[in-house]
Design a protein around this ligand. Structure first.
Ligand SMILES: Cc1cc2nc3c(=O)[nH]c(=O)nc-3n(C[C@H](O)[C@H](O)[C@H](O)COP(=O)(O)OP(=O)(O)OC[C@H]3O[C@@H](n4cnc5c(N)ncnc54)[C@H](O)[C@@H]3O)c2cc1C
Length: 285
């Protein structure tokens, strides 16, 4: 077994929800070569692969993942040429937002409160304050299922509301973004405004996976859950946040508690409003 690969690694510490069981195999990738090695290892053994960034949009089941997890949070690097930034997959979005502000480059400040990575941000087309990653993405460099690095233009990635063709197309290792020049002080002001809004409206310091459900067209999932009277409702050790009803908070529960709470909330909203909530996070089984 290559030294890079570890067995039976608990995944909960690598997620913001802090839930779920172990990975059968696990790699902490630091280079693109590590990623390629992992893909080949999985190919030889016919294993499923789960790329993991900051784990801020996943719910890992209690039984864990019976395949290879390739963690990308340590695949780091930033290259800036004029208004273009080449960012490695593991760069944290909040840190990039601040670095780009200092460089007088606008575009990432909107995701300063999204605690994910560049790779996860593209995979989920992360967005906030009316902007999305696809607004600034030019192209992505992706390791495919055979271990080859391929380039995909933005319009080939199927970027839509909180979704894309990743990770089905492969593992994003780097991406190119086109930003707008702006006054660093003006960008910093927007950053502070966005962070203040978040601290006020979201359970920012708790163990969550962000918004559980996508907003239905013309509606807010959180508003429907609140109107259904479910703020504070709990299954085991996981509850609907009192601060923002579309966030579930882990207070020492299990992934099974979270899954049961998801089903309960969907059922109640369906009965009350006839609206089917679609889960936004990735449930990994
Ligand atoms: C407190 C809080 C607030 C949040 N607010 C927002 C918000 O305002 N807007 C928003 O859009 N999201 C928000 N989120 C959700 C989350 O932060 C984003 O979806 C983020 O983009 C996920 O990035 P990640 O690196 O954590 O991805 P992960 O959770 O690690 O992975 C998410 C998915 O992307 C895939 N993936 C990850 N990295 C790669 C890669 N390199 N290549 C291919 N596939 C990959 C994974 O396999 C998985 O399917 C919030 C989450 C929290 C906890």
């Amino acid at each position: 077994m290559p030294t890079l690969i570890r067995e039976n690694v608990p995944l909960a510490p690598y997620t913001t929800f802090r839930l779920g069981g172990p990975a059968r195999y696990f790699i902490n990738a630091r280079t693109v070569e590590d990623v390629v090695e992992g893909v080949k290892f999985a190919l030889d053994r016919n294993l499923r692969i789960l790329p993991l960034g900051a784990g801020s949009d996943v719910l890992i089941s209690d039984s864990g993942f019976d395949g290879l997890v390739i963690r990308l949070a340590n695949l780091r690097g930033v290259k800036v040429r004029g208004d273009r930034a080449y960012l490695m997959a593991g760069e944290p979005l909040p840190r990039i937002a601040r670095e780009m502000a200092e460089r007088g480059l606008s575009g990432f400040e909107y995701v300063v409160g999204v605690p994910g990575t560049v790779g996860g941000g593209v995979a989920k087309n992360a967005g906030a304050h009316g902007r999305e990653i696809r607004d600034i993405l030019v192209e992505a460099y992706v390791v495919d299922g055979e271990g080859n690095v391929r380039t995909y233009r933005r319009d080939e990635l199927g970027l839509a509301y909180r979704s894309s063709l990743l990770p089905e197309l492969g593992i994003l290792v780097e991406a190119l973004f086109k930003l707008e020049e702006d006054d660093p002080a003006a960008i910093r002001d927007r950053i502070e405004e966005f962070l203040t809004y978040r601290e006020r409206s979201q359970p920012w310091t708790e163990r969550t996976a962000g918004c559980m459900f996508k907003n239905p067209p013309g509606e807010y999932a959180g508003r429907l859950i609140d109107l259904a009277g479910l703020k504070g409702f709990r299954v085991g050790g996981v509850k609907v946040s009192e601060k923002h009803a579309n966030f579930f908070v882990n207070e020492g529960g299990t992934a099974d508690d979270a899954i049961r709470l998801i089903e309960y909330v969907r059922d109640r909203v369906r009965r009350a409003f006839g609206i089917e909530l679609e889960v936004e996070i990735e449930i990994v089984r």
